[in-house]
Design a protein around this ligand. Structure first.
Ligand SMILES: NC(=O)c1ccc[n+]([C@@H]2O[C@H](COP(=O)([O-])OP(=O)(O)OC[C@H]3O[C@@H](n4cnc5c(N)ncnc54)[C@H](O)[C@@H]3O)[C@@H](O)[C@H]2O)c1
Length: 272
């Protein structure tokens, strides 16, 4: 494991209750950062699996505190601008600053575009794209007001780089997230804020488990095959820590001149 030094820094993480968000929180804490853990807040009716609970968020906080860092937990649905704005204010009131925004929250579901109800499109695109913009808007304003640098990292997906048969709203949202990343990088460069995205292939988290449970292996296999999403390296699923490592590097001074980029963490999937 590479050693990073985030002592005295504060990372604001969305969707921090479990999966990759929890892993990122543990990594930031391991490298010395205090963390703001956000998640939940409102029901997503069209989700095909249950989202993280308050207990999940508390468990992430326990793990961070075990690593010797401070954690503030806040129930925030990233689709809700008033809640996002209040959370940023609460975080700054508690810790005095935010240095890193980890836009990790998101949902995934499987349905063909011609059959998709409007609500299912809206709830996913709002969670996976609009939410990242709202967090970047309010944390970005904090960076500007503070007159200092900052880091924004968002989790796109390989579905942000290639089409996804059976999950087109997800591909549209994740492609959009990459457009958002590049545009924010241009707008925030004068404030020395870097903005990047990571694009993971399938990751072993409750998201994949949840789809497998409710939709069955066939749904998952059809999305993977149609997207040509067989990884080049052996593993068909990577682990949350693989994505956390990319987050750590992009959050560190080692990546100070890296902005507006998308880093695939995809076991070679999109190299084909
Ligand atoms: N698991 C994969 O195969 C995979 C692959 C590529 C990208 N991703 C992306 O990685 C990110 C993390 O997902 P994960 O794999 O850890 O899954 P996960 O379901 O375990 O975690 C996602 C978290 O986001 C939260 N969330 C969802 N919608 C929200 C909303 N509107 N407001 C606030 N919180 C919300 C959930 O409650 C949960 O805590 C997501 O953006 C996802 O799209 C996942």
């Amino acid at each position: 494991m590479v050693n990073y030094d985030f002592d005295g820094q504060v990372a604001f993480i969305t969707g921090a209750g479990r999966g990759q968000g929890r892993s990122h929180a543990q990594y930031y804490a391991k490298h010395g950062a205090d963390v703001v853990l956000t998640g939940g807040g409102r029901n997503i009716e069209t989700s095909q699996y249950p989202l993280a609970s308050s207990a999940d968020l508390q468990e992430t906080a326990r793990l961070v505190e075990q690593a010797g860092c401070r954690a503030l937990t806040l129930r925030v649905d990233v689709r809700d601008e008033a809640a996002v704005k209040a959370a940023v204010a609460d975080a700054v009131a508690e810790f005095g600053r935010i240095d890193i925004l980890a836009n990790n929250a998101g949902i995934w579901n499987v349905v063909d575009l011609v059959e998709m109800p409007e609500q299912q499109w809206d709830e996913l695109v709002d969670s996976d794209l609009k939410g990242a913009w709202l967090c970047a808007k309010h944390v970005g304003q904090h960076f500007i007001d503070r007159g200092n640098d900052g880091k924004i990292i968002s989790t796109a997906s390989t579905a942000g780089l290639v089409g996804s048969k059976g999950s087109g709203h997800y591909a549209a949202a994740k492609h959009g997230l990459i457009g958002l990343t590049k545009s924010l990088a241009l707008e925030l460069a004068p404030h020395r804020v870097t903005v990047n995205a990571v694009a993971p292939t399938g990751v072993t988290t409750p998201m994949i488990d949840g789809i497998l449970e409710t939709m069955g292996e066939e749904a998952l296999a059809s999305v993977s095959d149609a997207s040509g999403s067989m990884n080049v390296l052996d593993e068909q699923l990577i682990e949350p820590r693989d994505v956390s490592e990319a987050y750590m590097w992009l959050s560190s001074d080692a990546a100070r001149y890296v902005t507006g980029t998308v880093l695939p963490v995809d076991a070679g999937m999109t190299a084909k």
